[in-house]
Design a protein around this ligand. Structure first.
Ligand SMILES: Nc1ncnc2c1ncn2[C@@H]1O[C@H](COP(=O)(O)OP(=O)(O)OP(=O)(O)O)[C@@H](O)[C@H]1O
Ligand SMILES: [Mg+2]
Length: 284
């Protein structure tokens, strides 16, 4: 059975997509796992990091993204539905040659409209199915082809995010250690707990990933100290500092190995250590 992990934070720009892609690539190249990334964020950052923009445009034009899946769910006419999971799943993605077992279910900017339409349609009669069950139904036949599935969620707790949580065994919360980025964490833990009760399925808080940490920052150090004393979810020991390599990593240009991607100043080892911690917490 696949272990499904959601990446979530209500704050944008805290390193969700970077962490999702880094951990997914590490699981594939270093730990030889079969991995699927599901990109649920309309900003499509994980998608373009893994397949580049050009390929994304082609898929988007052909309707082979998750936006099509959710559009179909809003479509009463069965004949007008055309999401095809086999065509949407991109095999062997990533610009890193060593990453050989990573697949992607791509996102689309069109998810923004779909998200709004889904939110507006509260009445049950519009749905042939439960609105938080759309992704689960669509991926039921494919999830178990993988050891690990990582779901990059948009920075909110809307219906699309709930679709991601619905299939997840647990979640990680990347955050910058500052007031605004950590502000929503208690709410996430509470809301996911409530949702987990509703669906009568455990969704475990695997932990908080401190990312973009600045050693010189008083705020970062103060927040980190407070979080170590009291926090709504466990903190992973590995801390990801702010560094140029992480920002460069977003670029889709070919490299051979992950060590090359992360450079030789310790970034590779940090992401490896983080991935090991996640594997331990999630029982992978
Ligand atoms: N450790 C890091 N050091 C420096 N820059 C980083 C680091 N991690 C991520 N970044 C950069 O910070 C920006 C935000 O990161 P990322 O896209 O991963 O965050 P996100 O939480 O997914 O954001 P969004 O909510 O917009 O989806 C990106 O430009 C990324 O390249
Ligand atoms: Mg993102």
């Amino acid at each position: 059975m696949a272990t499904v992990i959601a990446t979530i934070n209500l704050k944008g720009g805290v390193g969700k997509s970077t962490t999702t892609v880094a951990v997914a690539e590490m699981l594939s190249a270093t730990f030889r796992k079969k991995v699927l990334v599901i990109d649920l964020d309309p900003q499509t950052n994980a998608t373009t990091m893994l397949i580049g923009e050009e390929k994304w445009h082609a898929l988007n034009d052909a309707g082979h993204t998750l936006a099509q899946l959710f559009k179909d769910a809003l479509e009463p006419d069965e004949k007008a539905k055309h999401f095809d999971i086999e065509k949407a799943i991109q095999k062997r993605v990533s610009n890193v040659e060593d990453v050989r077992t990573l697949d992607l279910l791509p996102s689309s900017l069109d998810l923004i409209d779909v998200q709004d339409r889904l939110a507006g349609m509260s009445s049950g009669r519009f749905y042939a199915e439960n609105p938080t069950d759309i992704l689960r139904r669509a991926t039921r036949t494919v999830l178990d082809n993988y050891d690990v599935v990582i779901v990059d969620c948009p920075p909110n707790l809307g219906i699309i995010t709930l679709n991601g949580l619905r299939i997840s065994n647990g979640y990680i919360i990347p955050t910058i250690p500052d007031v605004l980025s950590t502000y929503g964490i208690p709410q996430i833990v509470k809301r996911v707990g409530q949702f987990s009760d509703t669906i009568a399925d455990d969704i475990e808080a695997y932990g908080i990933v401190i990312s973009k940490y600045r050693e010189q920052s008083t705020t970062h150090n103060t927040t980190l100290r407070q979080m170590r004393r009291k926090s709504d979810a466990p903190l992973f020991k590995t801390i990801i500092p702010e560094n140029d390599k992480a920002a460069d990593a977003a670029e889709y240009k070919p490299v051979s190995t992950l060590r090359q991607k992360w450079g030789y100043r310790g970034q590779y080892d940090l992401y490896k250590a983080l991935t090991e911690e996640i594997m331990e917490r999630a029982g992978i």
